[in-house]
Write a protein that binds this ligand. Structure first.
Ligand code: PDD
Length: 287
């Protein structure tokens, strides 16, 4: 099945899908996006992703390109036309195309792009053995809570992780505290068994997976503490893991080469991965 993209009202062959060269996403990264998982051909937590999309749009004063009902129809259609049972939907809204000028154009129409991709999630080996992360300074702008396509620092960080043989880079603020990964949220489990993740302030993206996991904690009898944690605390933690739409819950077993706990995925992390998979499966369509 050949891939189909949605671009400003049209369903196009993926390889011919393009936006105008003066779309403001290109010159100014003036656009926001969402990545939504599909399971059993259904979108996972689409309502939470749409809520976050609206928050990002409002923060940047970009108008919604269409109603939520219409967006939902296009989102499902893109998944269907691409035959995606298990994979991801990418959705991007830009301020639109206009002659280059820093101030907002008066009459630009928001641009809407969607693509879908089949993907099975992280390799079983990564889930079973866990992954390594490196740490590096968080050099992003002061509003990573807005899911904008201004992702150059994230791309540079991920590349540094890759070059170091690590899976992800955990970004560190000026106080020495971990903010989040380049494309995931960061978590640790303390020696008391508390789940610690940074509070969702302007310093991190409030992940939909993060919120999903938080929703499961009480049922699992686990205590959540939303606060900053330092790199030193993370290295000395009992367990660590990351969360994202593309990885769900993934164990982190080393930080800058230092093993976390015994260097193997922890029992709480494994339990949470299972609980989150069940939570997703409950939303999935029939296989
Ligand atoms: N990234 N933090 C950052 C900086 C992210 O880019 C992401 C997601 C997350 C996790 O958010 P969520 O649980 O809603 O996926 C946290 C997506 C997957 C991406 O850009 O591909």
């Amino acid at each position: 099945m050949s891939r189909i993209a949605y671009v400003n009202g049209r369903y196009l062959p993926h390889r011919h899908a393009s936006v105008h060269i003066e779309d403001r996403s290109i010159q100014f990264a003036d656009a926001v996006y969402e990545v939504i998982a599909a399971r059993g051909g259904r979108l996972v937590d689409a309502d939470m992703h749409l809520a976050r999309l609206h928050r990002s749009l409002a923060a940047l004063e970009i108008a919604a390109p269409m109603s939520d009902a219409a967006l939902g129809t296009v989102m499902r259609e893109v998944i269907r036309r691409n035959g995606v049972v298990e994979g991801f939907l990418y959705l991007q809204v830009s301020r639109g195309a206009a002659p280059r000028d820093f101030a907002f154009p008066r009459h630009a129409k928001p641009g809407l792009v969607m693509t879908a991709r089949r993907h099975r999630g992280p390799a079983a080996r990564l889930i079973e053995e866990g992954v390594g992360v490196i740490t590096l300074p968080d050099i992003r702008w002061a509003r990573p809570d807005i899911k904008s396509v201004s992702l150059l620092p994230n791309a540079l960080g991920k590349q540094q992780a890759k070059a170091a043989g690590a899976f992800e880079a955990w970004q560190v603020d000026r106080d020495g505290n971990v903010t989040e990964g380049t494309s995931s949220n960061a978590w640790i489990v303390t020696s008391e068994g508390d789940l610690v993740t940074r509070q969702a302030d302007a310093g991190i993206l409030n992940g939909v997976t993060r919120l999903g996991v938080i929703g499961l904690l009480r049922r699992e009898g686990l205590r959540l503490v939303e606060r900053p944690f330092s790199v030193a605390e993370a290295k000395a933690a009992r367990e660590a893991f990351l969360t994202s739409t593309t990885n769900f819950v993934l164990p982190v077993v080393s930080i800058d080469g230092t093993p976390v706990g015994n260097g193997h995925p922890g029992s709480i992390t494994r339990r949470l991965r299972q609980a989150y998979e069940a939570y997703v499966a409950a939303q999935a369509g029939a296989p």
